[in-house]
Design a protein around this ligand. Sequence first.
Ligand code: NAP
Length: 219
Amino acid sequence: MRALVIGATGGFGSEVARSLAARGARVAVHGRNTDRRASLAQEIEAPQIDGDLTAPGGPDAVVDEAARALGGLDIVVMSAGGVAFGPVADLAEKVLRQVIELDLIAPILVARAATRYLAKDGVIAQVSAVVATQPMAGLAAYSAAKAGLTAFDVAFRREMRRAGVRVLDARPPHMETGLATRPIAGTPPGLAEGRNPREVADELVAAIAGDGDTPDWIS
Ligand SMILES: NC(=O)c1ccc[n+]([C@@H]2O[C@H](COP(=O)([O-])OP(=O)(O)OC[C@H]3O[C@@H](n4cnc5c(N)ncnc54)[C@H](OP(=O)(O)O)[C@@H]3O)[C@@H](O)[C@H]2O)c1
């Protein structure tokens, strides 16, 4: 299996990449942070893909480069994202546009690019969030982007059914990845202890593999 993990330099994406590699997949790892990307690439012997997903043509370039590096794609996991905290009244237009661009438009463009490579039994897994169905004050734009992504995934799944490509919409709960410590803007509220990202990643990768019962945060 040839898998691309987008956002593999992140706390969750890195665990998804490790979990896929542990199951024998050949994984290409994407992220902009060169140190984190190189270190993971060395650990799991993966080709590295760079690229800003909010740049024009960015998502297409990332998917195309990974397909070239692996000789095709069977699995695409989109785990890049970012959050802005605070009441919407306090958030700059630029920040709001950035959240929608990264958390909604980029995953849609990744999905469109993936249609060029995924064939029967291929899988695309989008990482949405629990706020897609339980939107939170102080996270209004992020919640809206994730809810939009979840709606996209439901419709896109129907479009891909005939081709035999599975579309997974993952809505993880809060995890200890450090996401909240590097927001696009704002200050995080006090958050309860999150789940271990390694365990959550293993659950997502099991669902990708079609193993066992799928947890209720994945559809
Ligand atoms: N942590 C949670 O509690 C939680 C809960 C539910 C859902 N999620 C979702 O899970 C996904 C992963 O989050 P995480 O917790 O792993 O956060 P993280 O550790 O901050 O990782 C974010 C990832 O996104 C990439 N990224 C950010 N902006 C980018 C851009 N413009 N272009 C390309 N890549 C970009 C980062 O890569 P570089 O900076 O190296 O480019 C990094 O790989 C996100 O979609 C997030 O919304 C997280």
